[in-house]
Write a protein that binds this ligand. Structure first.
Ligand code: ZN
Length: 155
C-alpha cells in the first residue's frame, strides 16, 4: 500500500504525499490510508498519515464510496479527539506542576514554622531555668533573712 515516491513512478494524483516525522523520508500512500498509522518504509517508525483538509469526492479521479468517506471522517474525528486529549493531558500536567510547587512552598513553610517552634522551645526552657534560678535566689534570701534577723537580735 505504501511506496516511495523517489523510486516509484506510480504516484496517483489521489495519493497523499507527506514526510516521515522520524526520518523526513517523503512517503506516498493511497488516499484510503488517510488517518491511518503506518510503518515508515524507510525507518520503520510509526507514522500518522495526514488527512488532507477538505478531502472531497471531487478531488478524486475515482469516486469514494460513502462508507470509505465515512471511515475517513471518523478517523478525522478520532484525530481531533486525540488532539483534545493531548491538550487536556498537558493541562493536567500543568496543574500537577503547580500543585507540586504549592506543596514545596508548604513544606518550606512547615520547616520554617518548625524552626520557629524549636527556638520558642529553647526560649521557654531558658525562661524556666531563669525562673528556677530566681526561685533559688529568692529561697536563699528567705533562708538568710531569719539568720540576719537572729544575728541582729544577738547584737
Ligand atoms: Zn521514517
Amino acid at each position: 500500500m505504501i511506496h516511495d515516491p523517489d523510486t516509484t513512478i506510480e504516484i496517483k494524483d489521489t495519493d497523499i504525499i507527506f514526510d516521515c516525522p522520524h526520518c523526513a523520508k517523503s512517503l506516498a500512500i493511497d488516499y484510503r490510508g488517510a488517518g491511518l498509522t503506518i510503518k515508515c518504509s524507510d525507518c520503520g517508525g510509526d507514522v500518522q498519515v495526514p488527512i488532507p483538509d477538505g478531502m472531497e469526492l471531487e478531488d478524486l479521479d475515482r469516486p469514494l464510496e460513502d462508507q470509505e468517506l465515512q471511515i475517513i471522517q471518523l478517523r478525522r474525528s478520532l484525530l481531533k479527539a486525540q488532539d483534545r486529549i493531548a491538550d487536556l493531558e498537558n493541562a493536567v500536567e500543568d496543574l500537577m506542576e503547580r500543585r507540586d510547587a504549592l506543596e514545596r512552598d508548604r513544606s518550606e513553610q512547615t520547616l520554617r514554622m518548625g524552626s520557629v517552634l524549636e527556638k520558642t522551645g529553647v526560649i521557654e526552657t531558658s525562661l524556666k531555668e531563669i525562673s528556677k534560678a530566681l526561685e533559688a535566689v529568692s529561697a536563699l534570701c528567705h533562708t538568710e533573712a531569719p539568720a540576719a534577723a537572729a544575728q541582729s537580735a544577738s547584737v
